[in-house]
Write a protein that binds this ligand. Sequence first.
Ligand SMILES: [Zn+2]
Length: 269
Amino acid sequence: MFSPFKFKLPRMFIGHFGVGFGAKAAEPKISLGTYFLAAQFLDLLWPVLILFGVEKVEIKPGITKVTPLDFTYYPISHSLLMVLVWAIAFGFVSWSFRKNKKAAIILGACVLSHWILDLIVHRPDLPLYPGSSEKFGLGLWNSLSATLIIECVFFFGGLMLYWRVTKAINKIGFYGFWLLAALLLVIYIATTFGPPPTSISAIGWTSYYLRTGLIEIVCRGFWKFKNLILALRTSLKPKKRSPPQFLHFHRCHFRVWHSHPRKKQIVCG
Ligand SMILES: [Zn+2]
């Protein structure tokens, strides 16, 4: 099958980005790029450790339906104990810069969420702590359709949450959001259907550049062109909602939020 990439990079991908989108809904003060960084942190660490030979992966075509990779040794980036350490460290760094406890907790949770999502799709290859012989994984990668469903549930669920609490401030913001969502989907499809990778270093480099590239696009969009790209949808969750007005109309009424004049919710009853 045609793929713009030389080979597949079969990791959970859009599901982690979905968590980033969803986190923005919980605490809109933090940039989407930072949430992406937290949700993808372990998979940014992993290719670096692979390239330095600290962690190990083998290419075994057919080992699962979705990925030909056998994650033989990755205790620093993907053991539960170390993931907890990374999550606390990430949250602490965020807290020391912003002094926002809620944001720090959510960012730490995003880092931890990566392990939980990986647990769903990986073969039993995720260790609890470095040196542990017991490994875990529910093995959803043995079914392509189940993998696609779970990735889409997290991705579109996150998009929906993000969509509900943000609003495009201009047309660039509106189209930038959909463009990013489409870009992530295209990259996911292209990297899921392709020949197995040819070398371990190729996996490391491509994995690393793909994720850092995407996160940089989002961060730059936010910091440099506040009006641009997905961060272009400003977080407009109203701090104080004015009480709803009820306009009775036969047996239905409209609930109109003053702060969201365009968002009308029809409640029948
Ligand atoms: Zn991972």
